[in-house]
Design a protein around this ligand. Structure first.
Ligand code: GDP
Length: 525
């Protein structure tokens, strides 16, 4: 019988971060091909092929060719169980991405080698860095003309402030892409084009000084030897620096050609941390503890048009989930029996019998579960560090048909609960103000209100500059503030008090007048 500790050691949970179009979806397909979770790559998004992937449930996603949802996939690789969490690629969904990154233990950063480090990657790395997440780097699209590999590494070092230790090194590029040299194994793996849909048996030449190499790749062999000599002056891989988030192992290849993806997976399985401990407001929970704990990092409504339901994604931090067990939903103070948790193997939902630290399970949510909620086997714990960010864009939302107010309210509350948008209800009137971090969120919400709640809503401009969550330890001071600032106060989707400021100057003055009140830019769930 395996112990919890064995199961922890056996797992790796990571996410891919990249700029749109760098190749995240393509890598996901190939990774799954290796995991044999799906037999033929090409079913994750299927943008080009016209096949509709199972994760592609939202029309808008297809129309815009962007991935809005976070899917979770589990597959076996090299004797380990790997959990891959997909992150939304569009910048308007950074909150969702942030929360997803709280649920992983390492990240794969994918870079388009023709373009280098792009702005979305920089932002995501800032987020990953908040928790010192170890990063593995893949320089993609070597089958095209790319930038010089030395330059690419310099850019990662200077822009992302992270040392690079190449594990593989490219030989040629574009039409002349010959393969890679594996620095640690001292072997050349030859690339064969047109084999991207399969798991290739690549030809391997052992030893950089092997004369066979000169026969096969002629003048590239000498160039490779010179470059590798140069590399020896640079960083070599240091596992501790990697685990501290200070150094990234770098791989080269082509996702489309399914070349190099197995090297990354080998690296992740060998070096990336097994499911790690997590902080709560009272103590650190170690992954090897026997009692089950976990936190909700995402809620998604109507994932599957055939199951009109909402699913709360829970990262298991410690212990073991077993079908039918009782869990304490700590915020609500209730014990619930869970017999139908879901897992997501390449978009297929199947019922989980058991799950361990690092795994993600989906709980059916009938409105009681919120992002940030903690589940335990009885202990009063609250995992920390899963924030809401103050929105920067605001609109008033108005119905075309006033009789649909109930549906609108219900839809907005559910969408705010899953973090798709934030809702503010002013104390002084019946307006519904929606707040977002990026403009695309408004479109998504209008689209989903119509598709899922049959409500036609339109937005109107509103003069709101920002919002802050309000807190005060002294009840009398808070009441005095409430009376004074009544006109600008509102409740958010979870009934927390917020100050909705018409201008930044107004906010500043209000803060100065009420020094005992805290105005927070993030709210911890
Ligand atoms: P995402 O937006 O990061 O998910 O990127 P995709 O995986 O959808 O890839 C964007 C485009 O780049 C698609 O047209 C892919 O076929 C293409 N692409 C991805 N990887 C490679 C590669 O290694 N070589 C080439 N030539 N194209 C690639």
């Amino acid at each position: 019988m395996s112990t919890i500790a064995d199961e922890v050691e056996n797992r790796r949970t990571f996410a891919i971060i990249s700029h749109p179009d760098a190749g995240k979806t393509t890598i996901t397909e190939k990774v799954l091909l290796f995991g044999q979770a799906i037999q033929q790559a090409g079913t994750v998004k299927g943008k080009k092929s016209g096949q509709h992937a199972k994760s592609d449930w939202m029309e808008m996603e297809k129309e815009r060719g962007i991935s809005i949802t976070t899917s979770v996939m589990q597959f076996p690789y090299a004797g380990k169980l790997v959990n891959l969490l997909d992150t939304p690629g569009h910048e308007d969904f950074s909150e969702d991405t942030y929360r997803t990154l709280t649920a992983v233990d390492s990240c794969l950063m994918v870079i388009d080698s023709a373009k280098g480090v792009e702005d979305r990657t920089i932002k995501l790395m800032d987020v990953a860095r908040m928790r010192e997440t170890p990063i593995v780097t893949f320089m993609n699209k070597l089958d095209r003309d790319t930038r010089d590999p030395f330059d690419l590494m310099d850019e990662v070092e200077s822009v992302l402030k992270m040392d690079c230790a190449p594990i593989t090194w490219p030989i040629g590029m574009g039409k002349e892409f010959k393969g890679i040299y594996h620095l640690l194994k001292d072997e050349v793996v030859l690339y064969q084009s047109g084999m991207g849909h399969t798991i290739q048996e690549s030809r391997v030449i052992k030893g950089i000084n092997n004369p066979e190499l000169d026969d096969v790749i002629s003048e590239y062999a000498e160039e490779l030897r010179e470059q590798v000599e140069l590399l020896e002056a640079g960083n070599s891989f240091d596992k501790q620096a990697f685990l501290d988030g200070k150094l990234t192992p770098v791989y080269f290849g082509t996702a489309l050609g399914n070349f190099g993806v197995d090297h990354i997976l080998d690296g992740l399985v060998e070096w990336a941390p097994a499911p790690m401990s997590r902080e709560t407001t009272t103590r650190t929970v170690e992954s090897k503890e026997e009692a089950l704990t976990g936190f909700i990092f995402k809620i998604q409504a109507n994932m599957d048009p055939n199951h009109r339901d909402r699913v709360a994604f829970m990262r298991i931090v410690s212990g073991k989930y077993e079908k039918g067990m009782k869990m304490r939903h700590v915020r609500v103070g209730k014990d619930v029996r869970i017999s139908d948790a879901l897992t997501f193997v390449a978009g297929d939902r199947s019922k989980v019998e058991e799950a361990y630290p690092g795994d993600i399970i989906g709980l059916h949510n009938h409105g009681t579960i919120q992002i940030g909620d903690t589940f335990t086997q009885g202990e009063e714990l609250k995992f920390s560090g899963i924030p809401n960010f103050a929105p920067e864009l605001f609109r008033r939302i108005r119905l075309k048909d006033p009789l649909k107010l109930k549906q609108l309210q219900k839809g907005l509350m559910q969408l705010s609960e899953e973090g798709a948008v934030q809702v503010f209800r002013p104390l002084r009137n019946n307006d519904l103000i929606v707040g977002a971090v990026g403009t695309l969120q408004f479109d998504v919400v209008a689209h989903r209100l119509k598709a899922e709640y049959k409500v036609d809503a339109v937005y109107e401009p509103i003069s709101v500059a920002t919002a802050r969550w309000v807190e005060c330890d002294n009840a009398t001071t808070l009441q005095a503030f409430r009376n004074k600032a009544y006109d600008n106060l509102a409740l958010d989707g979870s009934d927390n008090l917020a100050y909705v400021a018409p201008t930044m100057v107004n906010l500043q003055m209000t803060q100065e007048r009420h020094p005992d009140v805290r105005f927070r830019e993030t709210r911890e769930h």
